[in-house]
Design a protein around this ligand. Sequence first.
Ligand code: FAD
Length: 487
Amino acid sequence: MANAIVEAVRSPVRFLQAMGVSIPIQAELDELEAWWEAEGKAISAMVDRMGTPWLRAYDRFGKRIDEILYPPDYWRMLLKGYQAGAVWRAFEGEGLSATFLIGYVTAFYDTGLYCPYTVSLATALALHKYGSEELKARFLLPMLRRDEGVWQGATWMTEAGGGSDLGATVETVARLDGGIWRLTGEKYFASNAGAELAVVAARPEGAPRTVRGLALFLLPRYRDDGTPNYIIRRLKDKIGTRSVPTAEVELRDSEAYLLGRPETGIYQILEVLNVSRVANSVGSVALMQRAIAEAMAFAEQRIAFGRPIGQHPLMRHQFAERIQELQAAFALAWTTVRLLEEAWLERPPYSERYHLFRLLTHLAKYWTAEQAVQTAKWAMEVHGGMGVLGEYPVERWLREAMILPIWEGTPHRQILDGLEAMARKGAHRQLFTLLASWADPHTLEEMASRVEEHLQLPQEEQEAHAEPLFRDLARFTAETLRRSLGA
Ligand SMILES: Cc1cc2nc3c(=O)[nH]c(=O)nc-3n(C[C@H](O)[C@H](O)[C@H](O)COP(=O)(O)OP(=O)(O)OC[C@H]3O[C@@H](n4cnc5c(N)ncnc54)[C@H](O)[C@@H]3O)c2cc1C
């Protein structure tokens, strides 16, 4: 393994450079990394251990306020990414990928903190794409501010009945009342609660109880008259992403604005989720890198059987393998960033390119999150007994990693939706065309035949045996894309 890449693993910015991605905001990323090293790391560890947000539901006079309280340092940490351009840069010359560069550096230090930036970005993109000029002037502009007055977004779809089968489980009803929509229902996993805006799934009155009956709405934190627009019932106590308030939210005739059209609502909801899935993949890879970097630092110092543990053949081989997996996972995640950048303004009916983006996004969300969990677990093992102690960072990466496969759609969801993109849209053919320049032709041919054969199976069998196929397809895609970057 080349020394340069091993050294680059210690720093998120150096790793991005080593992977050969274009970095139009080099000075800003260097500054962000330096800040995290000097201040952010300590703030992040403090918030995770003892500064998680809490809810003040009423003021001293018994009035409902639902204020979420954080340590002041949290705001400083959060603001850093917004100011660097975690959202506003999407609408500037550097484009969407610059926001993911900021996300990568952030997630290396605090994977959970990447959540508010992601859901804010997804909200802003939906608003830009589907909001009227009036809505944009009122709600998008404050999201693009570069000072402490910046507004945040959130994306709330999941309800108590479950997040996978939204068509059946979304009970929130939207009623048109004069010129305004009023939403009534409950959102059961509402991350970044307290954000000034959220995009939410709801069913207009009388719409069918299927995914086709869902529409996307913009929900402000406060009503026009300044009173709270929804009730925060409680905050969840989570194993990871502890700095992010994830709430149960009650909507009671809450004021909202329709985005786009009800007929295309489910597509718009999936567009929002797909932005988050791309970011989840980027964050998962950053977490892998962090876990390997921590393991490396430990293995250089810890002596067993007369030498540093990292110099024993078995451990040395494992490090080389992990770094290769990291490069492959990065290549897969970054290809989805590039395709999102090309395709995000598309509307249904989508082009073949968009279906390729969808398939790659399911592969990337599935594969990188699984890899993050495995890498964090391995990094803990490298630390031996020290790895399980709360005093050192490595146990945190395992806690954070465990959330990555679940939110934004579980591995089952990614596998089944990926299968659907292949069966109904033929997205695998585009994928194989994309990979053809770098793949071994024989292996490519074999993989392509396996997919085609699988798609001929009866539906029940297709689903039952989907995992080994999807896993192998993800590994093959990631490994081939790694070669495309010359890594
Ligand atoms: C920390 C955290 C923050 C979150 N924040 C948000 C948020 O801000 N907004 C939001 O909308 N949601 C949020 N979620 C919810 C998340 O998106 C859901 O947890 C996820 O989509 C899965 O839904 P569920 O938990 O209800 O599981 P369920 O849908 O009940 O699924 C349970 C299990 O059944 C499996 N399953 C379901 N259908 C099938 C099938 N056809 N075949 C095989 N297996 C199947 C699932 O994969 C899963 O393993 C958050 C979750 C977490 C953990």
